[in-house]
Design a protein around this ligand. Structure first.
Ligand SMILES: Nc1ncnc2c1ncn2[C@@H]1O[C@H](COP(=O)(O)OP(=O)(O)O)[C@@H](O)[C@H]1O
Ligand SMILES: [Mg+2]
Length: 242
């Protein structure tokens, strides 16, 4: 087995809420190999988003060991600016509702991200067109994203991440607003990317996605447990809504 691209040991995270402290992660261990598609199930409020924020370096663990792409994410030794640069370069974060600029076209969303990344206008334009085309979005390219369907918008978000060269895709309930056809279409795109070596960590309630996962976990009581797919199907995690 190849060296893990994501490595978490004994990760703890709490939030302070008024004078109460909520312990959300109580010693999470996780290994993700390059090209793996990982599904994380768990009841609402169990800490799935918290865990994804830590994996994507958007938030830091209180204690424990976090390593992403051979880089140790040590709050003592890494600045927020360094992390922001690292994240932009390697990690794509895909939410339930896309985080695109609604008043821009699909093309502009990808193009301007690439320009900000430092590509020349010519290269940014060519790469934006090519990536959108590869995801079946040629006809949508020049439409404002606010007029696209939920499925198309998620594909634009994925296109932008691919064009930016992301290696790790952290997805928080990415199919939460999609019908069955669009959910499956999106997962097929992600699985193809995984075959090229991209890595996916996907938090979800959506048991329609089960066939696409290599490994499935349940987050419960602050601990991540590896489970069998059939445990999701017949268990308390099933269901597509909160
Ligand atoms: N920034 C925050 N401040 C305080 N409490 C939070 C914050 N983010 C999440 N929580 C709490 O942490 C718990 C886990 O939340 P979350 O990670 O969003 O779970 P999930 O994604 O599984 O629904 C919940 O009880 C939530 O209310
Ligand atoms: Mg969540």
């Amino acid at each position: 087995m190849r060296l893990p691209i994501i490595k978490l040991n004994d990760v703890h995270k709490s939030y302070h809420y008024g004078d109460r402290r909520i312990e959300v992660l109580k010693g999470v261990r996780l290994r993700v190999a390059p090209g793996e598609v990982v599904g994380i199930f768990g009841p609402s409020g169990s800490g799935k988003s918290t865990l994804l924020h830590i994996i994507s370096t958007l938030d830091l663990a209180d204690s424990g060991y976090v390593e992403v792409l051979e880089r140790v994410i040590d709050p003592e030794r890494v600045s927020e600016d360094e992390l922001a640069i690292f994240r932009r370069k390697h990690i794509a974060i895909i939410f339930q509702s896309h985080n695109l600029f609604p008043e821009m076209t699909a093309y502009e969303n990808v193009y301007f991200s690439l320009l900000m990344r430092g590509l020349s206008p010519r290269r940014a334009g060519a790469r934006a067109r090519e990536t959108l085309k590869s995801l079946g979005l040629s006809a949508q390219m020049n439409k404002n994203v606010q007029y696209l369907s939920g499925g198309e918008r998620q594909r634009v978000a994925v296109a932008r991440a691919i064009a930016m060269g992301a290696e790790i895709y952290v997805c928080d309930e990415p199919t939460g607003e999609l019908d069955r056809e669009n959910a499956i279409n999106l997962m097929e795109i992600l699985v193809d990317l995984a075959k090229e070596g991209k890595t996916f960590v996907i938090a979800t309630h959506d048991d329609r996605l089960l066939p696409y996962f290599d490994t499935v976990y349940r987050l419960e009581d602050g601990i991540l447990h590896k489970i069998e797919k059939k445990e999701v199907k017949h268990g308390k995690d099933a269901g597509t809504s909160e």
